[in-house]
Ligand binder design. Structure first.
Ligand SMILES: [Zn+2]
Length: 383
């Protein structure tokens, strides 16, 4: 088994947390991923990897380090996002302080702990003479917390056979996550003086009909058979705005809907559900009129329990942890879906901690060291 240099992993993680890599689309005063990408690239080059930088948009930098195996084999990508959400309300977001085995700071848990473990695995494999087969890639990507520019760009440049995304899972193995679709419905009315019911058409009241039917659809969604790992699908009426003043009939009303999808649900099917709901309004009242727009769709993700990468990671983790990790699902969307859609057999495993997107964030250092060991061992077993 390759030996992980725990002190190296801790030092790297502390450095990563001390670099501000807040996503500039979430906080315009942030500079992007350039500095953290340079740090990761420098460290991986020093460990003996070939390093390349990719910049899909100015200042939004991803870095990929490649370590060639000492024998032919399948290629594997370790993938982590290097950006974080903003630091609003945090006392010391970039401290990297360690207390009672926990390392604190924005991104420590989501997901610089995962990134540091990947770097520790690469460094240890390089030091052991690259006992893995094929190409091992480490990708530290930009912009996962906003629009996934980084991974969307990388899947056009690299075609790994498999990928391990190190989003936090408390050292369990995540085989599935939910997707989502964002829709916008705008009902049409006719503005008129509030006294002129004979002229006005109330777009807000019409949206009320849509909302009542959406409420019924929402209850139906959660009564459908749940996915064994991620549960049932759901939707919510996220934002609502209509009308211009108390004495005016509302000319339009805009509703934004978020629909959370589960593996097996297609983009076409979930979009059609909403279209049909709107069609039924017109059948009931031919004067009903609404615009419908699909704003963004992110697919759900699922990998088979017996996929080669899952088997390799499960066997490696059992050997390292002395217990077989649980197979779990998670509800938030991840870059895993993009890698899987691009043809890489993908699985998710990450560290233990708390406070993603919250005011206090920390990662359990021992879990980061163990994760590094699991990753190195999985790379050898997979390829
Ligand atoms: Zn994350």
């Amino acid at each position: 088994m390759p030996t992980i240099d725990s002190a190296y992993v801790t030092r790297v993680l502390q450095d990563l947390v001390r670099i501000n890599s807040v996503n500039p689309d979430l906080d315009p005063s942030a500079a992007g991923e350039g500095e953290i990408a340079a740090y990761v690239g420098g460290a991986m080059a020093a460990a003996g990897a070939d390093v390349r930088y990719h910049e899909p948009k100015p200042g939004r930098v991803s870095v990929v380090a490649r370590l060639r195996g000492s024998r032919p084999g399948r290629s594997l990508m370790f993938n982590a996002h290097a950006d974080t959400v903003d630091v609003g309300g945090m006392d010391e977001p970039f401290s990297g302080d360690i207390k009672d085995g926990r390392l604190y700071g924005r991104g420590a848990f989501d997901m610089k702990g995962g990134l540091a473990a990947m770097m520790g695995a690469m460094q240890s494999l390089a030091g052991a003479g690259c006992p893995h087969g094929g190409d091992l890639l480490l990708a530290a990507v930009a912009d996962e917390e906003y629009a996934s520019l980084g991974t969307e760009d990388l899947v056009t440049r690299y075609r790994p056979d498999a990928a391990i995304v190190t989003e936090p899972t408390a050292l369990d193995i995540c085989l599935a996550h939910k997707g989502f679709a964002w829709f916008e419905v705008t009902t049409k009315g006719r503005a008129a003086h509030g006294s002129r019911f004979d002229l006005g058409v109330d777009a807000n009241m019409r949206m009320g009909r849509v909302l009542a039917d959406l409420d019924a659809l929402e209850q139906d969604l959660r009564a459908r058979p749940a996915h064994r790992l991620v549960g049932p699908p759901s939707l919510h009426a996220a934002t609502l705005a209509g009308g211009s003043g108390l004495s005016t009939y509302a000319a339009s009303c805009r509703l934004q809907i978020e629909r959370r999808t589960i593996p097996g649900e297609s983009r076409a099917a979930v979009t059609d559900e909403i279209r049909q709901l709107l069609r039924r309004q017109v059948e009931r009242d031919p004067s009903f009129s609404a615009d419908f727009e699909v704003l963004l769709v992110r697919e759900p993700f699922e990998v088979a329990e017996d996929a080669a990468i899952v088997r390799a990671l499960a066997e490696a983790s059992t050997a390292v942890l002395g217990r077989r990790p649980a197979f779990v699902g998670q509800t938030p969307w991840m870059d895993a879906a993009l890698l899987a859609a691009a043809g890489a057999e993908t699985v998710v495993m990450g560290a233990t901690g708390a406070g993603a997107h919250a005011r206090e964030e920390w990662v359990d250092l021992a879990s980061v060291h163990q994760l590094a060991q699991c990753l190195a061992e999985a790379a050898i077993r997979y390829a």
